[in-house]
Design a protein around this ligand. Structure first.
Ligand SMILES: Cc1cc2nc3c(=O)[nH]c(=O)nc-3n(C[C@H](O)[C@H](O)[C@H](O)COP(=O)(O)OP(=O)(O)OC[C@H]3O[C@@H](n4cnc5c(N)ncnc54)[C@H](O)[C@@H]3O)c2cc1C
Length: 234
């Protein structure tokens, strides 16, 4: 459905990642993992991009997307946006969804590719899904982890959700994993990985690498779902 909306809330997540909320019309239904188009104005010019929902369908009062800023045109226009500013929304789209229909899923996120998984994890927690979910979330540094509190809250609510945060560069205080999401890590954390359906999401270079990683551990393409966030450099 297409509708006009006003930004109701702007929530900074990290230094260069920000969420935008809009009132949710009662008729808007979507699945966790889907995306929508957002048109904004830069003076009189209209600019459009698509974004995954970072809200969950269980959140009735708003829908939310979360943008990683670049120095390019759309980002600059969005950075200047304020509460009450106009937008046009066209939703929902996409097949990269998970509503609990698979008993075991591994979610591999590269950076901003976390957004559809935030929606899936919140949804699974709210719906008391008994699906086993292993989320591997790779970020550059601790400061780049968006939605840490929200993901930890979902994991606390849902014993079937396990979080694996992986930092490329960690401070000496970091107690978690350092490096990149690897085949060894998956084998170690998920001894029954062959029973899992893998979802990979992020900028194109990361998704290609994660897809290759999953194939390298012997899983067929049928057990792999990829979402490329086009618009970011390789
Ligand atoms: C299904 C799907 C879901 C997505 N979900 C998300 C999401 O949840 N969060 C998110 O942040 N992104 C998401 N994206 C990506 C998003 O749609 C944008 O493409 C991305 O955020 C880049 O935005 P931008 O502000 O850099 O855009 P733009 O200003 O349009 O720039 C996009 C690209 O165009 C080129 N470009 C534009 N201007 C210049 C310039 N002046 N000089 C040189 N090159 C230029 C660059 O290659 C740049 O990377 C998703 C994409 C897809 C396909």
């Amino acid at each position: 459905m297409k509708f006009e909306a006003k930004i109701s809330e702007i929530i900074p997540r990290t230094a260069d990642v920000t969420s935008f909320r809009f009132p949710r019309p009662a008729e808007l239904t979507y699945k966790p993992g889907q995306f929508f188009f957002v048109t904004i104005k830069q003076d009189v010019k209209e600019l459009q991009h698509h974004f995954s929902f970072s809200s969950s369908p269980t959140e009735q009062s708003y829908n939310e997307f979360t943008k990683k800023y670049t120095d390019h045109e759309y980002s600059l226009a969005l950075k200047a946006a304020k509460v009450e500013d106009w937008a046009r929304i066209d939703a929902p789209y996409g097949q990269f969804t998970f509503e609990g229909e698979h008993p075991k899923v591994a979610l591999l996120a590269g950076g901003i590719g976390i957004t559809p998984f935030v929606s899936m994890c919140k949804y699974a927690a709210e719906k008391r899904s008994d699906a086993k979910i292993a989320l591997f979330y790779g970020c550059r540094t601790e400061g780049d982890i968006a939605f840490k509190q929200e993901l930890e809250a979902s994991a606390q609510q849902n014993q079937n959700l396990k979080l694996h945060l992986v930092l490329n560069q960690a401070s000496p205080e970091w107690k978690g994993t350092t490096g990149i999401i690897s085949a060894d890590m998956i084998r170690q954390e998920l001894p029954d990985f062959k029973e899992y359906l893998f979802y990979c999401c992020g900028p194109p270079g990361m998704v290609t690498a994660m897809g290759q990683l999953v194939e390298s551990i012997g899983l067929p393409k049928a057990q792999l779902k990829l979402e490329y966030f086009t618009g970011y450099p390789q």
